[in-house]
Design a binder for this molecule. Structure first.
Ligand SMILES: Nc1ccn([C@@H]2O[C@H](COP(=O)(O)OP(=O)(O)OP(=O)(O)O)[C@@H](O)[C@H]2O)c(=O)n1
Ligand SMILES: C[C@](O)(CO)[C@H](O)COP(=O)(O)O
Length: 231
């Protein structure tokens, strides 16, 4: 049976957490690495469970860690845990297939964005509830962007005014995400990209600096600092 949080909520959140974390360096699967003494996944799920619209959370865990992740999350929130896949897209598809009837809004959220505030979850869900088919949180690009060619020689400067850095949670009408995954070809790491391929418009809402993806060692150190300073 699928575990529920708020029975009146209309949102299911899928949490792909089956990645290795190669860019973070050797160690346990990234979602299980510690941030201020607790696994990244625990931080992420705790914040999702604090969002009042969330009805269901489904985590896609590394295959060898499914039972361990169930035990880890049991005291944090009622969560369903399924085995993930070799690619993020497969992990999301596995989690999507475990969502029970009911929630018509589905969010996909990286376990690696461990400090994402519950308010961001609510703002993405609200935009879908208001009628958008697909919604992504974004931040403006702050650095000058160069296009380079062979041997890292600059070809030109890119106009960044229309560029956005994309975060999660990404929100979808359930039927839209289900259709996009059913039609998916080559694996993409971004669910909005699958939806775009179906010709569905994707809308942006303001993201959050706290929703940074812990990808490299510097990100983990930054997250430690943010938590220590009250995030
Ligand atoms: N086969 C995979 C690959 C990734 N993910 C999840 O997708 C999210 C975003 O992926 P990323 O942060 O890029 O994680 P990794 O793929 O683990 O990172 P790396 O490429 O450095 O190994 C993470 O929560 C990760 O656990 C997943 O569930 N299944
Ligand atoms: C959806 C996503 O978080 C967009 O930033 C995605 O998971 C990024 O993964 P990547 O492997 O770092 O491109």
């Amino acid at each position: 049976m699928t575990a529920q949080l708020n029975p009146r909520g209309d949102v299911a959140v899928l949490v792909p957490a089956a990645g290795a974390g190669v860019r973070l360096g050797p160690g346990r699967p990234k979602a299980l690495r510690l941030l201020a003494g607790e696994p990244l996944l625990v931080h992420a799920v705790r914040r999702l469970a604090a969002a009042r619209s969330v009805h269901t959370i489904v985590v896609a865990a590394p295959v060898a860690e499914v039972e361990a992740v169930r035990e880890l999350l049991a005291p944090v929130a009622p969560v369903t845990v399924v085995p993930g896949g070799a690619e993020r897209q497969e992990s999301v598809a596995a989690a999507l297939s475990a969502v029970p009837p009911g929630p018509e809004i589905v969010l996909v959220h990286d376990a690696a964005r461990a400090l994402t505030p519950p308010d961001l979850v609510e703002s993405v869900a609200a935009a879908v509830r208001a009628g958008r088919s697909a919604v992504i949180p974004v931040l403006p690009v702050v650095d000058t962007i160069k296009e380079v060619g062979a041997e890292e020689v600059v070809l030109g400067t890119v106009d960044r005014s229309a560029l956005r850095a994309v975060q999660t949670p990404q929100g979808f009408r359930r039927s839209v995400l289900t259709a996009a995954h059913a039609a998916a070809g080559d694996a993409l790491t971004d669910d909005a990209g699958l939806v775009e391929k179906q010709g569905v418009p994707v809308s942006c809402v303001p993201g959050s600096e706290y929703a940074l993806k812990i990808t490299r060692p510097f990100d983990l150190a930054l997250a430690e600092h943010l938590l220590a300073s009250g995030a």
